[in-house]
Design a protein around this ligand. Structure first.
Ligand SMILES: [Zn+2]
Length: 276
């Protein structure tokens, strides 16, 4: 599933190609991809002739700001990716959303598993949108730091590896980078969140930013059952230490990585020896 680094990679790649473009028309091939407004015709009417001013990101979602005081939110879901191509390039049945620009290029959202979604909302303040109103700070923002994390984890019995994936606590982290941040901190993801010491929390907050930043630098992660590719069809270059590496040696101590089914069926990967 695309997490913050994968969404940021796609954002950067499409931003260069669509900022300043005029939208000529939108096509929704599968109405299930359209989450708001629910009416396809209304959506297409409202987005037509808009001009793209900026392409930003909130957590794992990509947000286009339009000159019509509207925001187009695109969630990549489990398997979504986007590309910008000439409109005459053929596309397959997994392309559910297309935006055609005046220059005859198209932005396409391809999402085989269809957990992604497209929203068109009035306004220009991303944080005021219903999609994000309860979101925590972005994992790479200054608001997400050791003090914030310490206050958020205090007394929590939920596993630390699960709590890091809660977008209401911090936005942008999923399975890959939760596992990675815990490994770098030498903390087992199966520990109750409230049991971490102040020193561990400080290291964890730093590890989150460090691994996300490294991953953005190499265009994200393609690992395990995630089929993520960037807008050029290339796999990400980040190599997680534990995620999707069950049975393989820990890069730090060679102990086989374990996977545990915990926290709503999500597997947590960790080294049973050097993560305490
Ligand atoms: Zn180890």
């Amino acid at each position: 599933m695309p997490e913050l680094p994968e969404a940021e990679t796609i954002r950067r790649q499409i931003a260069k190609k669509i900022i300043g473009k005029d939208i000529r028309e939108a096509s929704i091939t599968d109405p299930a991809i359209l989450r708001y407004p629910p009416d396809v015709r209304r959506f297409c009417r409202h987005i037509k002739k808009c001009h793209i001013l900026a392409v930003t990101r909130r957590g794992k979602a990509i947000v286009c700001r339009l000159d019509s005081e509207q925001l187009l939110v695109i969630r990549l879901g489990m398997s979504g990716t986007m590309k910008v191509v000439p409109a005459d390039v053929p596309f397959d049945r997994h392309v559910h959303f297309r935006l055609r620009f005046a220059d005859n290029n198209e932005l396409r959202l391809r999402d085989p598993r269809k957990f992604g979604g497209v929203y068109l909302r009035d306004g220009s303040n991303v944080d005021a949108l219903p999609e994000f109103s309860h979101y925590g700070p972005d994992a790479l923002s200054d608001e997400f730091n050791a003090d914030y994390l310490a206050a958020a984890l205090r007394g929590r019995k939920v596993l630390i590896g699960v709590v890091l994936m809660d977008q209401h606590l911090v936005a942008g982290i999923g399975k890959i980078y939760s596992d990675e941040a815990c490994w770098r901190t030498k903390v087992a993801p199966t520990r109750p969140a409230g049991s971490l010491s102040r020193a561990e929390i400080k290291r964890l907050a730093a590890a989150v930013k460090e691994c996300l930043t490294e991953a953005i630098g190499v265009r994200g992660t393609t690992a395990g059952d995630n089929s993520y590719v960037d807008t050029y069809g290339l796999a990400g270059g980040f190599r997680p230490a534990t995620y999707a590496r069950t049975g393989q040696p820990c890069p730090r101590c060679d102990t086989p990585i374990q996977r545990t089914r915990m926290g709503g069926g999500r597997g947590l990967h960790y080294c049973p020896k050097c993560q305490k």
